[in-house]
Design a protein around this ligand. Sequence first.
Ligand code: AMP
Ligand code: GLY
Length: 439
Amino acid sequence: MKALVLGGGGREHALAWRLAQSPLVQMVYVAPGNGGTALDKRLQNIALTDVVALREWAQEARIDLTVVGPEALLAAGVVDEFRKHGLRIFGPTQAAAQLESSKAFSKDFMRRHGIPTARHETFTDPELAHQCVNQWGAPIVIKADGLAAGKGVVVASTLEQAHQAIDDMLGSNRLGVKLNQVGACVVIEEFLAGEEASFMVMCDGVSVLPLATSQDHKRLLDHDQGPNTGGMGAYSPAPVVTPEVHARVMREIIQPTLDGMKKDGIVYTGFLYAGLMIDANGQPKTLEFNCRLGDPETQPILMRLKSDFFSLLWSATAGELDRLGVDDVLWDHRAALGVVMASRGYPLSPEWGHTISGLIREASDAMVFHAGTAWDGYQLRTQGGRVLCVTALGRNVQLAKERAYQVLKQIAFEGQQFRTDIGHLAIRSTRKGNESARP
Ligand code: AMP
Ligand code: GLY
């Protein structure tokens, strides 16, 4: 069989690496891939990113199965395009991908179908937004949307910070008077207290199969400080997702979401990722949905997958996930932890083009997944914000962490930055004796 992975980040390197280990697979193509997928003889990069060009190439190359990594291709309708031409592809359609691509769609969807999430209101008028903040009080969350979207998310612990965030995002002055930012809007959200977790499942349109649980670290710096990033590290399993929490997430969030989509006339196929906030009583609420796997969560999750990944994706694209029980999918009982090495300047303006040295060959308990790297035939260079995700297995999160940092210490490139505390929440809760996470 021939498989095609769409995308070029660390998540896609992990997808392709796992697929290539299947005895059913002769070749895995990665479009466009990165330096890591270029260097692996079992993988071949294809320099295409356009939806129609990818479909034409897949037809010509007689690809048996395609799996989509990034959201942008899903939002551009790559699944619809491939299916229209009879190609087998795992991912949600363009309509289903709105669950991630439009915050307004997903919040409205959750409200209509009773899926637990933070209360929210959307504003374009600064004065009304300031009034809302005064009414709801702090802490409160201000999210940029529409034309203000680049300005991010502010978790404001004081009213002062919240008012400032509104002014920054809506381009208004301290009295809330608008200064020509037509089309900008903010979402004001209730603050949810608790611990975050990433909960990912596979859906075939009828049945759903949960993957191993995970947690990522979104902030750039140690102690969860600094700006938000795509993720600076992750580990699996997540101790906060106890068997009870797991059952609640499936019952209260995942199943109602798939049922709600069906009621709205959309059949959901593909990976579904619920970003959760779990409070002290174990009540999970949805922070956001993603219609894809997480990056870097995929790297530790796939490091732990022992079942044949190609067969899993084949079943999922044949509508046969119901034949597999949760216990048929085998996970390494060890923990896995990945540390992201990023370029100087990430996330705002990462530097590119530095030589990378000290990479190890794959070991039985460690793997360096590439993201922003390029191989020119002679040298491996940095070519992106997040460069590598150094991932390792260990008997527990602490040991996986020690092994990952041991491998990381040998790697070097100019301007490298990484966090030194990946896994700190899991290590703390394991010390408290909470090791009952599943799987
Ligand atoms: P988002 O871009 O919406 O995923 O938010 C980025 C980060 O902001 C999340 O990972 C949380 O850490 C935090 N956050 C977002 N919404 C909330 C909320 N309603 N309550 C508490 N923290 C939040
Ligand atoms: N690591 C978070 C994400 O993939 O969205």
